[in-house]
Design a protein around this ligand. Structure first.
Ligand SMILES: [Zn+2]
Ligand SMILES: [Zn+2]
Length: 349
């Protein structure tokens, strides 16, 4: 069951104060350069000896610690004294409303997410912080989908780094002891010819494969259709990510949809059991309404995904839920409402 984290009303430790401040800033779409101070201070505090931190608070020397500045020192000091920091209270007061009106019932039915990034590629937080936020949102599972090698600007994972990440995912699940399932995955680039940008042997080991077009978005319609149909028909792609590639707002500017025969692509998705992603990021809002309706008419499955690059962005699935509910999609055909066993049964198809 998905729900916003409950506001803090009682004192919390310095790490939790920093964590929640960062979460609420990310939820409200603050630029990462503003949030970084809080995420960096959190990373510092998490590995610090409690006595050492206390000594710095008592001596008023917190800002001597690399990674801690005046704003974060204020938060740490206040939390240490057993009070909720003003900055946290102010952010909580602004976050009392849901992100969007509508879609609340569907949001409450979500159990997972098939599209999430960590600092292993171009996300801003380590894997454990993404997991913690997902758990606080009341989710049961989440697929870690860092980028593939071709996307160098996003620090895409080589085969070796992905193998290494699989070990980290396994260790995290062991530590979680069944309280939450972190599933292995990838956001693999769909290559120009419709092939996938990672070795088949590795893709076959992953729980969930989400595949997206990130290059040559302006390819001619026929070639783009062939490319996408081939990708979703190869038996390895579970979710087709942000299929039109459009950007409708935001700091990266706008970008039109790619042109392709949507009917042909969605027919292939329906035939091969590939889910069409509803990408919840407000700047993507992808696919547009008419294409969601078409995919629905053709019997496709859907995945309402956050494409989160920071913990607070996991809650953006609320935007995707608003759209899916407004368009009348059947929740049972949205794989992110499924429990983890049903999900894994589907991806093993
Ligand atoms: Zn992407
Ligand atoms: Zn992504």
């Amino acid at each position: 069951m998905a729900h916003s984290p409950e506001p803090h009303t009682e004192a919390v430790d310095p790490a939790e104060a920093l964590r929640r401040i960062a979460y609420l800033m990310e939820r409200s779409r603050a630029g990462s350069y503003r949030v970084d101070a809080f995420r960096n201070a959190l990373a510092t505090v998490k590995v610090m000896d409690a006595d050492e931190l206390a000594a710095h608070v008592e001596a008023g020397t917190l800002t001597d610690i690399p990674g801690i500045g005046p704003a974060t020192a204020e938060v740490i000091g206040t939390a240490y004294e057993g009070r909720l920091p003003d900055r946290l209270l102010a952010l909580q007061a602004m976050a009392h409303k849901p992100l969007v009106t509508g879609g609340a019932d569907l949001f409450g039915r979500l159990r997972g997410d098939c599209h999430v990034h960590s600092s292993w590629s171009d996300g801003g937080s380590p894997i454990d912080e993404m997991v913690l936020a997902a758990m606080e949102l009341g989710q049961e599972w989440m697929v870690l989908t860092d980028h593939s090698p071709q996307l160098r600007v996003a620090n895409g994972l080589s085969a070796d780094r992905l193998r290494q990440q699989l070990g980290v995912v396994e260790a995290l699940n062991a530590a979680l002891g069944g309280a939450f399932r972190l599933l292995s995955g990838i956001e693999v680039d769909i290559l120009d010819d419709g092939g996938l940008d990672q070795a088949d042997e590795l893709l076959d080991r992953l729980d969930v494969v989400t595949a997206s077009v990130h290059s040559k978005l302006r390819m001619a319609e026929e070639a783009m259709t062939r490319r996408m149909v081939r990708a979703v028909s190869g038996g390895r792609v579970d979710v087709l990510g942000h299929c039109t590639g459009r950007l409708v707002e935001g700091s990266r500017g706008t970008r039109p949809q790619s042109t392709f025969d949507a009917r042909a692509v969605f027919e292939a998705c329906a035939e091969h059991g590939t889910a069409v992603e509803i990408n919840s990021r407000p700047e993507r809002c992808d696919p547009p309404d008419d294409l969601i309706r078409l995919a629905d008419d053709l019997g496709c499955l859907f995945a309402i995904d956050s494409d989160a690059h920071a913990p607070g962005q996991l809650e953006m699935k609320a935007y995707g839920c608003e759209r899916a509910e407004r368009l009348g999609l059947d929740p049972d055909r949205i794989v992110t409402t499924w429990d983890v066993d049903r999900l894994l049964g589907w991806t093993a198809r």
